[in-house]
Design a protein around this ligand. Structure first.
Ligand SMILES: [Fe+2]
Ligand SMILES: [Fe+2]
Length: 153
Protein backbone atom coordinates (compact mmCIF):
# COMPACT_ATOMS: atom_id res chain seq x y z
CA UNK A 1 0.00 0.00 0.00
CA UNK A 2 1.30 3.43 -0.94
CA UNK A 3 0.22 6.52 0.97
CA UNK A 4 0.47 10.15 0.00
CA UNK A 5 2.66 12.44 2.07
CA UNK A 6 -0.44 13.89 3.71
CA UNK A 7 -1.85 10.45 4.55
CA UNK A 8 1.48 9.35 6.02
CA UNK A 9 1.61 12.41 8.23
CA UNK A 10 -1.95 11.71 9.47
CA UNK A 11 -0.94 8.12 10.28
CA UNK A 12 2.15 9.28 12.18
CA UNK A 13 0.00 11.58 14.33
CA UNK A 14 -2.39 8.71 15.08
CA UNK A 15 0.56 6.45 15.92
CA UNK A 16 1.92 9.00 18.42
CA UNK A 17 -1.51 9.41 19.92
CA UNK A 18 -1.93 5.65 20.39
CA UNK A 19 1.43 5.46 22.12
CA UNK A 20 0.31 8.20 24.52
CA UNK A 21 -3.00 6.37 25.13
CA UNK A 22 -1.12 3.16 25.91
CA UNK A 23 1.17 4.95 28.35
CA UNK A 24 -1.76 6.81 29.88
CA UNK A 25 -3.63 3.58 30.66
CA UNK A 26 -0.53 1.77 31.91
CA UNK A 27 0.06 4.67 34.27
CA UNK A 28 -3.60 4.69 35.38
CA UNK A 29 -3.42 0.91 35.91
CA UNK A 30 -0.43 1.37 38.19
CA UNK A 31 -1.93 4.14 40.34
CA UNK A 32 -5.67 3.32 40.59
CA UNK A 33 -6.68 2.48 44.17
CA UNK A 34 -9.28 -0.15 43.25
CA UNK A 35 -7.90 -3.40 41.80
CA UNK A 36 -10.99 -3.82 39.58
CA UNK A 37 -10.31 -0.45 38.02
CA UNK A 38 -6.63 -1.37 37.61
CA UNK A 39 -7.78 -4.44 35.65
CA UNK A 40 -10.02 -2.32 33.42
CA UNK A 41 -7.22 0.14 32.68
CA UNK A 42 -4.81 -2.73 31.90
CA UNK A 43 -7.32 -4.24 29.53
CA UNK A 44 -7.77 -0.93 27.70
CA UNK A 45 -3.98 -0.43 27.61
CA UNK A 46 -3.70 -3.73 25.68
CA UNK A 47 -6.28 -2.46 23.15
CA UNK A 48 -4.32 0.76 22.73
CA UNK A 49 -1.21 -1.31 22.11
CA UNK A 50 -3.08 -3.20 19.38
CA UNK A 51 -4.17 0.11 17.86
CA UNK A 52 -0.57 1.28 17.94
CA UNK A 53 0.53 -1.91 16.18
CA UNK A 54 -2.20 -1.61 13.53
CA UNK A 55 -1.25 1.98 12.70
CA UNK A 56 2.43 1.03 12.64
CA UNK A 57 1.65 -1.75 10.15
CA UNK A 58 -0.17 0.72 7.91
CA UNK A 59 2.79 3.09 8.00
CA UNK A 60 4.92 0.15 6.85
CA UNK A 61 2.54 -0.39 3.92
CA UNK A 62 0.77 -3.50 5.27
CA UNK A 63 -2.97 -3.84 5.88
CA UNK A 64 -3.59 -5.15 9.41
CA UNK A 65 -6.38 -7.66 9.96
CA UNK A 66 -9.13 -6.78 12.41
CA UNK A 67 -12.10 -8.59 13.93
CA UNK A 68 -15.68 -7.71 13.23
CA UNK A 69 -17.07 -5.14 15.61
CA UNK A 70 -18.51 -6.51 18.84
CA UNK A 71 -19.42 -4.17 21.64
CA UNK A 72 -17.03 -5.10 24.45
CA UNK A 73 -18.88 -2.65 26.72
CA UNK A 74 -22.04 -4.79 26.55
CA UNK A 75 -20.32 -7.69 28.32
CA UNK A 76 -18.32 -5.60 30.73
CA UNK A 77 -19.42 -6.09 34.33
CA UNK A 78 -17.87 -3.32 36.40
CA UNK A 79 -16.34 -4.04 39.76
CA UNK A 80 -18.23 -2.34 42.60
CA UNK A 81 -15.61 -0.97 44.98
CA UNK A 82 -17.06 2.29 46.24
CA UNK A 83 -20.14 3.59 47.97
CA UNK A 84 -20.91 6.56 50.24
CA UNK A 85 -19.13 4.94 53.20
CA UNK A 86 -15.90 4.28 51.27
CA UNK A 87 -12.67 6.18 51.68
CA UNK A 88 -13.65 9.41 49.91
CA UNK A 89 -10.10 10.41 49.00
CA UNK A 90 -9.51 7.07 47.23
CA UNK A 91 -12.84 7.35 45.50
CA UNK A 92 -12.12 10.91 44.30
CA UNK A 93 -8.72 9.79 43.09
CA UNK A 94 -10.14 6.94 41.01
CA UNK A 95 -13.01 9.08 39.79
CA UNK A 96 -10.54 11.63 38.43
CA UNK A 97 -8.63 8.90 36.55
CA UNK A 98 -11.92 7.76 35.01
CA UNK A 99 -13.14 11.23 34.02
CA UNK A 100 -9.78 12.15 32.57
CA UNK A 101 -9.70 8.92 30.53
CA UNK A 102 -13.22 9.49 29.17
CA UNK A 103 -12.20 13.01 28.13
CA UNK A 104 -9.19 11.57 26.27
CA UNK A 105 -11.30 8.95 24.52
CA UNK A 106 -13.67 11.67 23.29
CA UNK A 107 -10.79 13.59 21.75
CA UNK A 108 -9.19 10.50 20.20
CA UNK A 109 -12.51 9.31 18.80
CA UNK A 110 -13.09 12.72 17.17
CA UNK A 111 -9.58 12.64 15.77
CA UNK A 112 -10.18 9.25 14.13
CA UNK A 113 -13.39 10.53 12.59
CA UNK A 114 -11.61 13.56 11.12
CA UNK A 115 -8.62 11.50 9.94
CA UNK A 116 -10.77 8.89 8.21
CA UNK A 117 -12.02 11.42 5.64
CA UNK A 118 -8.45 12.08 4.50
CA UNK A 119 -7.90 8.56 3.11
CA UNK A 120 -8.62 7.40 -0.41
CA UNK A 121 -8.47 3.67 0.41
CA UNK A 122 -11.78 2.18 1.59
CA UNK A 123 -10.10 -0.59 3.61
CA UNK A 124 -8.08 1.97 5.54
CA UNK A 125 -11.27 3.91 6.26
CA UNK A 126 -12.86 0.72 7.58
CA UNK A 127 -9.93 0.08 9.88
CA UNK A 128 -9.95 3.64 11.23
CA UNK A 129 -13.70 3.40 11.76
CA UNK A 130 -13.16 0.13 13.63
CA UNK A 131 -10.57 1.71 15.92
CA UNK A 132 -12.82 4.74 16.48
CA UNK A 133 -15.64 2.43 17.57
CA UNK A 134 -13.31 0.73 20.05
CA UNK A 135 -12.34 4.13 21.51
CA UNK A 136 -16.03 4.86 22.07
CA UNK A 137 -16.41 1.49 23.77
CA UNK A 138 -13.48 2.27 26.08
CA UNK A 139 -15.30 5.41 27.19
CA UNK A 140 -18.50 3.40 27.62
CA UNK A 141 -16.81 0.81 29.85
CA UNK A 142 -15.27 3.50 32.03
CA UNK A 143 -18.64 5.23 32.26
CA UNK A 144 -20.20 1.92 33.36
CA UNK A 145 -17.55 1.65 36.07
CA UNK A 146 -18.30 5.20 37.25
CA UNK A 147 -22.00 4.55 37.31
CA UNK A 148 -21.64 1.32 39.29
CA UNK A 149 -19.44 3.13 41.80
CA UNK A 150 -21.61 6.18 42.40
CA UNK A 151 -19.26 8.48 40.47
CA UNK A 152 -21.47 9.38 37.50
CA UNK A 153 -23.19 12.75 37.68
FE1 LIG B 1 -6.65 3.60 20.64
FE1 LIG C 1 -9.14 4.08 23.69
Amino acid sequence: MIFTEKETSVLKDLQTQEKVCMEHYNLCASVAKDSGLRDLFSRIARDEQEHFQSITKLINGEMPSFDRVVNMADDYQPNVAYNTSSNQADMKHDELLCSDSIGNEKLVSTDYNTSLFKFGNGEVRKLLNHIQTEEQQHAEMIYKYKKANGMAQ
